[in-house]
Design a protein around this ligand. Structure first.
Ligand SMILES: [Zn+2]
Length: 490
């Protein structure tokens, strides 16, 4: 009896501990979420910032005695790679972002976190505890040469995340050197993933995905990896408040050449965070905020050991990342083939194309699939039941240059089904800002709509125009809903 009572008391105490951790988590993260705008770094407003944009922000930290800024090496093109240390606690945490130059969402969140740490306000108790219990090492931009070009790879055209063994890039040697010399207990490996991953076989985008990276082919779970799972369980619970059903689990297939896998193997508890897509957030500013909330909640769980009460089995309930999404899915369109109508769905994806020095971008959209796509979803969906797909009109006048477009009222033309202009002289541009499809002088004008082609066409009901598509963006003639964006040169 006594034994049973004691067992019950221990159970009740554990339960109490868990519920306390649980409620603390959510009220703390809610406070982070609600006060975010106070700490948001206003110098960063879009994804294509360069190292030159963050250097002054790092310089500011040098004037604050709590922060220690060191240059830990330089990139292939001699850009300094900097690390910011803050805190003096026994639990060491290394956080690195933008190993891939075109994956900057978490980089922005790191500067928001610095602002929280150096601004007086309602988080004093949290900060005191965090900086006493942990030592944080941030490398906000590991691949500045890639960021300069807004590309994944570094200036040697090497993917740093496949260079953990061969170490041919200075940036890879820096990261391995930091892991080996600091021997951090925890590592945050911060990336962006495709905006077209869904959380499970659903229409929900995986806005954030986590991975407790595997350290061997068999995907075994040792205490190092178990801690990753426990931390992720807590961060997932936090994020479900803001993106219910929008958290995914990245594939844990072992990649022997990747850093996450090796760092987990080298004994640092590794948490991969991937920023995906969120509706109407092309610059990922809401996703940046979610990174801020998730990372700080994770750090709090490390500082307080709260993650130890989490059950690792809950990790497996997070749905896996799946490929069920197109940017636009057109369902049940009729299309003429050999004089007969057939019914097809069209899966359209919009691909970003860097413009100039990668400071801005356009889109080139592609029909990536065609046929029965009833098992897929669209981030935007068009029901084309009863509608026939046909080519848009080509304007009778040719353009001498792109600048000639200024002479036309493009919106009114598009609303009449004019989708295309022909250029009289060749242009070197591949995208442009106006919502119109341009054909180079030698490009064939009318070709069948099929996979690999740029989605420019109209959808009609009989003779009545219903939708106009230009480069994968669309205008709804009956409602006036205008989603037209940038054009393309083909
Ligand atoms: Zn990446």
């Amino acid at each position: 009896m006594l034994k049973t009572t004691t067992a019950f008391l221990i159970f009740a105490f554990k339960l109490l501990l868990m519920t306390t951790a649980y409620s603390q988590d959510l009220s703390f993260s809610k406070q982070l979420f609600d006060t975010y705008d106070t700490y948001r770094e206003s110098a960063l407003t879009h994804r294509r910032f360069k190292q030159i944009d963050i250097l002054p922000l790092i310089d500011q930290l040098k004037t604050d005695s709590r922060f220690e800024v060191t240059t830990v090496g330089e990139s292939v093109e001699k850009r300094p790679i900097q690390m910011i240390k803050v805190g003096s606690g026994p639990r060491k945490v290394l956080l690195w972002s933008q190993m891939h130059g075109d994956e900057p969402s978490a980089t922005m969140a790191i500067f928001d976190i610095f602002n929280l740490l150096r601004t007086d306000g309602p988080f004093e108790d949290f900060k005191k505890q965090l900086l006493a219990e942990t030592t944080l090492y941030f490398v906000p931009m590991l691949n500045p040469d890639g960021a300069e070009r807004y590309q994944r790879r570094n200036a040697l055209d090497i993917d740093l995340n496949r260079d953990a063994l061969r170490l041919q890039s200075p940036e890879s040697r820096i990261l391995k050197g930091l892991q080996q010399s600091l021997k951090p207990d925890f590592g945050f490996n911060l990336h962006d993933q495709s905006t077209r991953y869904s959380a499970g076989p659903t229409p929900k985008q995986a806005t954030i995905s986590f991975l407790a990276t595997a350290y061997d082919q068999a995907r075994n779970i040792n205490p190092v990896r178990e801690r990753s799972m426990q931390l992720i369980v807590g961060m997932n619970r936090v994020l479900q408040q803001y993106i219910p059903g929008g958290v995914g689990r990245f594939s844990d297939e072992f990649e022997p050449r990747a850093f996450g896998d090796n760092i987990q193997k080298w004994g640092t508890t590794l948490i991969l965070i991937e920023s995906g897509g969120y509706p109407n957030d092309p610059e990922k500013q809401f996703i940046r905020k979610l990174n801020y909330v998730a990372i700080l909640s994770g750090l709090q769980a490390i500082a307080t050991d709260a993650y130890k009460t989490e059950s690792r089995s809950e990790y497996n309930t997070i749905p896996e990342n799946e490929r069920y999404l197109f940017d636009v899915l057109i369902r049940n369109a009729q299309i003429m083939r050999g004089g007969k109508p057939i019914t097809v769905d069209l899966g359209i994806n919009r691909y970003e194309v860097n413009v100039g020095h990668a400071a801005t971008f356009g889109y080139r959209s592609v029909i990536d699939d065609f046929g029965d796509l009833s098992t897929f979803f669209g981030i935007e969906e068009i029901d084309a039941t009863g509608l026939t797909l046909a080519p848009g009109k080509i304007h009778p006048q040719s353009l001498r240059s792109l600048a000639d477009l200024k002479k036309y009222k493009l919106d009114s033309l598009v609303q009449l089904g004019v989708t295309t202009f022909r250029l009289a002289t060749p242009s070197r541009a591949t995208t442009h800002l106006s919502p119109i499809h341009l054909l180079q002088p030698t490009t064939t004008a009318v070709r069948p709509v099929q996979t690999g082609r740029i989605p420019t066409f109209v959808l009609r009901r009989g003779n009545q125009l219903r939708y106009v598509f230009v480069n994968g963006f669309w205008y709804d003639v009956s409602t006036g809903d205008n989603k037209l964006a940038t054009g393309v040169v083909e």
